[in-house]
Design a protein around this ligand. Structure first.
Ligand SMILES: [Ca+2]
Ligand SMILES: [Ca+2]
Length: 298
C-alpha cells in the first residue's frame, strides 16, 4: 500500500537530482579587524576587503578540518555586504533556493537558505567552525547587512577603513538579528560568518539507497517509514531519498563507493592534521580550542 502511494506521489520522477546538497554556515572563532593592509593574502587580524574576508573564512574552516584548503579557491564565502553589493546576492542561486542550511554539527538552522534573510526563527544555533557555541552568543559578527540580506548603510567603506561604523549581527540570535543588530566601530574587531555548499566540502555522500540494493525506490522509503537505521525518521534522509528517487546503481555508484560521511570526514580530518604537522604551526594554532568534526548526518 505504501509502495503504491509512493509510486503515485512520484508519477514523474525523471528529473530527480543526482545529489543532495545543503548550505553549511558557521561563525569564526577568531575576531578580525577592518583595515586595508595592502597585502594579500591578508595579515591577521585585519581583512580590509571582502576577498580577504573570504580568505579568512576558508583558512578558519581549513584549520578546523572542515575542508582541506590549498589557499587558491573560495569554498566558504563570507556573509558580508559591501557598499555596492548585498550579502544575499553572494549566495543567490535560482536552482538551489530550497536548500536547507545546517551548522557544523549538521543541525538544520532553516529549511531554505532564503529563510536566513527574512527574519526567520532558527531551529539550531549558529556554531563556531569547531562546533562550539559562541560564548554568550552575543559576540559581534561583521555583516554590513540588514536582516533581509541587503546592504546596510554601514560597511566600513566596503571593509577598507577603520573610521565610521559597520553593521554587526549576533551569532547567538535565533532570528534576523543574527545578521543585523547594531553598528560597531570600524576600529574594533568582530567575527565573520562563512557559508558554503555541502557538496563543495566533498562530503555529500548520502544517496537514499537505504537497503543497499543499488537503487532508490519504494523499498527504501519503507525502510525509512519503519524508522530503520542509519538515522531513524531523519527528515534529511527523507529529503535525500526524494531527490534521488528513481536513480539506480550506475548513477549512484560514484557516491555509494565512497565511505560513510563520518568515515570520509575522519579521513579528511586526518589528512588535514597530518598536513598541518608537516607545514608546522600556523598563526591560528596559538589561540584555538581543540578541533571538532562536522557531522553531516542529523
Ligand atoms: Ca534501494
Ligand atoms: Ca530496490
Amino acid at each position: 500500500m505504501a509502495t503504491l502511494a509512493v509510486s503515485l506521489w512520484f508519477a514523474s520522477p525523471a528529473l530527480a537530482q543526482p545529489d543532495y546538497d545543503e548550505w553549511v554556515l558557521f561563525v569564526t572563532f577568531n575576531e578580525f579587524g577592518v583595515e586595508e593592509s595592502g597585502i594579500f593574502p591578508p595579515l591577521f587580524p585585519n581583512f580590509g576587503v571582502i576577498e580577504a574576508a573570504d580568505y579568512f573564512t576558508n583558512e578558519c574552516a581549513d584549520i578546523a578540518g572542515l575542508i582541506d584548503w590549498d589557499g587558491s579557491s573560495t569554498i566558504f564565502r563570507a556573509v558580508l555586504s559591501t557598499s555596492d553589493n548585498d550579502a544575499i546576492i553572494r549566495f543567490f542561486d535560482p536552482n538551489t533556493n530550497d536548500l536547507p542550511v545546517v551548522n557544523v554539527f549538521g543541525e538544520q538552522i532553516v529549511p531554505s537558505y532564503l529563510d536566513l534573510f527574512d527574519s526567520p526563527s532558527f531551529t539550531a544555533p549558529i556554531r563556531e567552525e569547531f562546533g562550539g557555541l559562541p560564548e554568550g552568543g552575543s559576540e559581534a559578527v561583521w555583516t554590513g547587512s540588514l536582516c533581509n540580506g541587503n546592504k546596510s548603510g554601514s560597511t566600513c567603506r566596503s571593509w577598507t577603513s577603520q573610521s565610521g561604523f559597520g553593521t554587526i549581527g549576533r551569532p547567538g540570535a535565533m532570528d534576523g538579528t543574527w545578521l543585523s543588530d547594531v553598528n560597531h566601530s570600524c576600529a574594533a574587531s568582530a567575527r565573520i560568518y562563512g557559508m558554503a555548499r555541502l557538496s563543495d566540502l566533498g562530503i555529500s555522500t548520502l544517496t537514499g539507497d537505504f537497503d543497499d540494493d543499488g537503487d532508490v525506490d519504494g523499498s527504501d522509503f519503507l525502510k525509512w517509514q519503519r524508522g530503520e537505521p542509519p538515522n531513524p525518521f531523519s527528515q534529511r534522509d527523507l529529503k535525500v531519498w526524494q531527490m534521488n528517487y528513481g536513480q539506480t546503481s550506475s548513477a549512484l555508484s560514484a557516491a555509494t563507493t565512497v565511505p560513510e560521511p563520518s568515515t570520509a570526514l575522519l579521513a579528511i580530518l586526518g589528512l588535514v592534521l597530518a598536513t598541518r604537522r608537516r607545514r608546522g604551526c600556523h598563526w591560528l594554532c596559538q589561540c584555538l580550542p581543540q578541533a571538532n568534526t562536522l557531522q553531516v548526518a542529523p
